[in-house]
Design a protein around this ligand. Structure first.
Ligand SMILES: [Zn+2]
Length: 552
């Protein structure tokens, strides 16, 4: 060491050295008597693990691992319980969802009367004249079999403005005071790219507005979040994710504000999952100017890909398809960015060393996005760009061959078949055999991930397993059985493949010596479970970085 070495560097060097000879390290914690599914091909199964600080120190048989213990090592008998690596949700919107859970009424309820009761309850706690806001409403999931109306909402809450977002995020439902405050009446014309629904017989407002007509409400609702609110939102969603076994999530439409919220939550000890924070393309120039790019950060908060958007949504039937929606012969969905726009933004990001994640659901959108990626790689070859296709829902053989050739990563919806079965009929049985195409991806040597897109989709990993393995919805209808995968494959998709999608396969995603100690203790073994009850397997404990983030 040089004489002039500052003290901090000296201590840092000592710390690095002390980690090197693993045999001198004693475990802080040993979990033994487990059925440990490691997702490590060289050692697929183990009975015990030792954890030191935030990493796995040893993985092996009970006797091998227990032999490492010292008086200070805490030991937990797993009683034969199954352990998997922590699950990685490779596409969701947790920071935004956390804020919504903090401030809004969760309208994911099975009847209009239950939604009315929830709104009424919130209204009694809301000062006069202030907005009552709701989210996660789904018109296809209530017992009444009809959408909410302005009359339903007026009856529930007559004297506060009420405004509810559909789960898919493109349509909203409001009561009469809300329309008044937004400046909308029966004579207000539809704005370009938007619709204010009216009863065809009477011309009266129905309560529903779509797409750009939501701007009226966005302007009228004073929804401002403080820095503390953002941190609280992350804290709230952290607990929700941890109790299902999630230890990492991609923030799929992140902003610099989200990065700050994650850093704040991490510093206050409230961040319970590792965040790979995509950056919305609106911020790309500012981020590049500041010298930031994909990968900056640490294992808790890291800058992810830049997010681009090519087409519409699956749940609200606006994805851009090559053949029309069932029963709507002229409806092919929509492209929201042109190929040239995608190329211009993509080139800027690609040259600056960013990973690119483009929302592409329909086969036309995937074809367009792949063409942009292929062109970027041809004009400016980069080693290992790991282009991502967010959702990548409807595919065919030639698209799959191009995805493989490019080394691109699809992040298909994991829980849609099970949870959104009633929307599958818009796509038809034949097309469903080419949607959420895990079997085809895996057979082609591609590494698809588990991805919820929460709030639009559910994030429970055991539900993802059931959906992917059975391709059966809650009511028992089967959608696209050709794309079934095995439980073992589904676990790998939900763990190691997710780590690969964020360049972190050497850091997490499997239970291996030296990797981050992220794991889940399950109440039953998914490999032994009847596939139709996988969703009922309880999560007993979740660990991230050697710390229990959830204990039942
Ligand atoms: Zn999304």
């Amino acid at each position: 060491m040089n004489k002039g070495t500052p003290r901090r560097e000296f201590l840092g060097a000592l710390a690095a050295f002390s980690l090197f000879p693993l045999e001198q390290e004693k475990p802080d914690l040993i979990l033994y008597n487990g059925n440990i599914l490691t997702v490590n091909e060289r050692q697929p199964h183990a009975e015990a693990v030792a954890v030191r600080r935030d990493r796995f120190l040893a993985v092996g048989s009970n006797s091998d691992v227990l032999n490492l213990s010292s008086a200070a090592s805490k030991k937990i008998d797993l009683g034969g319980k199954t352990v998997t690596p922590g699950f990685i949700d490779a596409h969701s919107h947790p920071a935004e969802a956390g804020l919504m859970h903090l401030r809004m009424v969760d309208c994911d309820l099975r009847s209009i009367s239950a939604i009315q009761a929830a709104l009424r309850e919130r209204a009694t706690k809301t000062p006069a004249g202030e907005w009552v806001l709701g989210f996660k409403y789904d018109d296809t999931k209530t017992d009444e079999g009809r959408p909410l109306t302005v009359a339903d909402l007026d009856a529930a809450v007559p004297d506060h403005p009420v405004h509810i977002e559909h789960r898919g995020g493109h349509t909203t439902y409001s009561n009469s005071p809300a329309f008044r405050m937004a400046g909308i009446d029966e004579k207000t014309p539809d704005p370009p790219g938007g619709k204010i629904d009216r009863d065809p017989a009477t011309g009266k407002l129905t309560g529903r507005v779509a797409e750009s007509a939501n701007d009226f409400f966005d302007k009228a609702i004073p929804l401002q979040f403080t820095r503390d609110d953002h941190r609280e939102g992350v804290k709230l969603i952290s607990k929700m994710l941890a109790r299902t076994g999630i230890t990492s999530a991609t923030e799929a439409q992140g902003t610099p504000t989200d990065l700050l919220a994650y850093q704040d939550a991490h510093e206050s000890g409230d961040l319970l999952y590792r965040a790979y924070c995509f950056i919305n393309f609106h911020f790309l120039d500012a981020m590049i100017a500041a010298g930031n790019r994909t990968g900056l950060g640490d294992e808790w908060v890291r800058i992810g890909a830049v997010k681009l958007v090519c087409d519409g949504s699956i749940s609200e039937r606006t994805a851009r398809l090559s053949t029309p929606y069932e029963g709507r012969p002229n409806d092919y969905g929509i492209l929201v960015m042109t190929e040239e726009e995608l190329y211009t933004l993509g080139r800027k990001a690609h040259l600056a060393g960013w990973q690119i994640g483009t929302h592409a659901n329909g086969d036309v959108a995937i074809d367009t996005t792949l063409r942009v990626y292929e062109r970027l790689q041809k004009e400016h070859p980069r080693r290992d760009p790991r282009f991502r296709l967010e959702h990548c829902t409807v595919v065919n053989d030639s698209l799959i061959a191009r995805i493989k050739a490019l080394g691109a990563i699809p992040t298909p919806f994991s829980t849609y078949v099970y949870y959104h079965g009633e929307k599958m009929r818009f796509y038809g049985a034949e097309r469903l055999n080419h949607m959420f195409a895990l079997r085809s991806f895996i057979d082609a040597g591609i590494r698809p991930t588990q991805a919820s897109d929460y709030p639009p989709g559910e994030f429970i990993p055991m539900m993802a397993l059931q959906s992917e393995v059975t391709r059966t919805d809650m009511k028992g209808s089967v959608w696209g059985p050709k794309q079934r995968i095995t439980v073992k494959e589904a676990v790998r998709v939900g763990t190691l493949n997710g780590a690969y999608a964020s360049y972190e396969e050497n850091l997490k995603g499997s239970i291996e010596v030296g990797k981050l100690a992220d794991l889940v203790v399950l109440g039953r073994d998914p490999l032994e479970e009847n596939p139709s009850t996988l969703v009922t397997i309880p999560v007993e404990r979740t660990m991230a970085g050697g710390r229990w983030t959830f204990e039942s």
